[in-house]
Design a protein around this ligand. Sequence first.
Ligand code: FES
Length: 89
Amino acid sequence: MLKIEVDNINGKTESLYVFGERSILSELEVHNVLIDYSCRQGHCGSCILQLLSGDVMHEDCLVPLSPGEILACQAKPITDIKIGLRDFT
Ligand code: FES
């Protein structure tokens, strides 16, 4: 199994254990960690998250990403990962 670490809105780190078969967005939903999203198809960019450690594999990704950014709806973990919300500043 793979581990997804994510800080929740209270600033507490949650650890989710997944098989890596579903997108990170789907895994977060299954575990009741809600993030912004819209198209779910790699087009809109509203689901961008920061990858703080580990590696992911993207399926379709039509949004230009900065280093360290991932599209939650299209990325699947391939190692244990730590993710954070996008820094809009
Ligand atoms: S929800 Fe639109 S790119 Fe992920």
